[in-house]
Write a protein that binds this ligand. Structure first.
Ligand code: DGY
Length: 323
């Protein structure tokens, strides 16, 4: 059987590309920049591409999916999030979409914990001070943060990433509260407290960690009203999707002191970020590093290839379909 043809929209880890090249005729994107809709459709346009291995920055909106040739049978995204793909348009064209659940949960939870620690202990401000050669020596009141032990961590979205974070946070002596579509007995057996409404949840916590998907339903979930429901001095971190935060509202609450600090790994409109963030000192910024470990990125790529193999090589059902 001839090898199927696979479009790689980005450079992927070496081990992932090696396996793809072994089992497929690959069409690379040597520029390694996200493909916009027309570029993506053009790259797949010769009528031989059967699978697309894409990533979160690629724009697979309805027009792009509509413009793909009939040869395309599966889009495997190198991400757990699928808000960059119009799932309804893919379904209408009979194109299978798959993602990479599970394998990035611990790495992403580690980045959430890193942001919580860095925000609470003012790591960003401290490092900037040293690099600016402004440190004049130890002082009793210099750069005082807050201790995490006995503080309440509120996890918004208690999926696999939220549950991994809960385990880590307990190691720091934090209490865990959570807000989720449904109650999770296993989370509560581990000691987490469930809230059935946003108001009691936000009023009960010291640190909010956001793990909800992007898309219209969650746009600006954290807005001025909900920020006001957080306790004065609360900390906010987001490793889910940037669209879930009203940037202007968050920035104002950091600057007026209602919030102590925040940490963001994701932004609406990446790689552009809200202008006010650059000059807000009590804010830690990371460039979407959630899943960026060698182990995790290999595992994500292999998971994509497992799905592509199932559909294009074995003629079987995908392992991780979405939509
Ligand atoms: C994901 O997997 O959704 C990460 O945010 C990378 O895009």
């Amino acid at each position: 059987m001839p090898k199927p043809t696979l479009l790689l929209t980005r450079r992927f880890p070496d081990a992932v590309e090696a396996r793809a090249q072994r089992d497929y005729i690959t069409v690379p994107n040597p520029a390694d920049t996200p493909l916009d809709g027309p570029a993506l459709a053009a790259a797949a346009a010769d009528g031989t591409v059967q699978g697309i291995l894409c990533a979160a920055g690629d724009a697979l909106d309805g027009d792009t999916i509509g413009a793909l040739p009939d040869s395309v049978r599966i889009i495997a995204t190198f991400s757990v999030g699928t808000d960059h793909i119009d799932l309804a348009a893919a379904r209408a064209r009979g194109i299978v979409v798959t993602n990479t659940p599970d394998v990035l949960s611990v790495a992403t939870a580690e980045i959430a914990m890193l942001l919580i620690l860095t925000a609470a202990r003012r790591g960003g401000e401290a490092e900037r001070m040293l690099r600016a050669r402004e440190w004049t020596g130890w002082a009793p009141t210099q750069l005082m943060g807050v201790t995490l032990e006995n503080k309440v961590l509120g996890i918004l979205g208690m999926g696999r990433i939220g549950q991994a974070l809960a385990r880590m946070a307990r190691g720091f002596g934090m209490q865990v509260h959570y807000r989720n579509r449904n109650r999770l007995p296993e989370a509560e057996e581990a000691g987490a407290t469930y809230h059935q409404d946003d108001t009691t949840f936000l009023g009960a916590i010291d640190v909010l960690s956001m793990h909800i998907p992007g898309g219209a339903a969650t746009r600006h979930w954290l807005d001025t009203r909900r920020i006001a429901q957080l306790r004065p001095g609360a900390i906010v971190v987001n490793t889910g999707r940037g669209t879930t935060v009203d940037d202007a509202a968050l920035c104002a609450a950091l600057q007026n002191g209602h919030l102590r600090a925040a940490g963001l790994d994701v932004f609406a409109g990446e790689p552009t970020i809200f202008e006010g963030y650059y000059t807000t000192p009590n804010l830690v910024l990371l460039p979407h590093l959630g899943s960026a470990t060698v182990e995790t990125r290999d595992a994500m790529g292999f998971r994509c290839l497992d799905n592509l193999d199932a559909v294009l090589i074995r003629g079987a059902a995908p392992l991780h379909p979405v939509g």
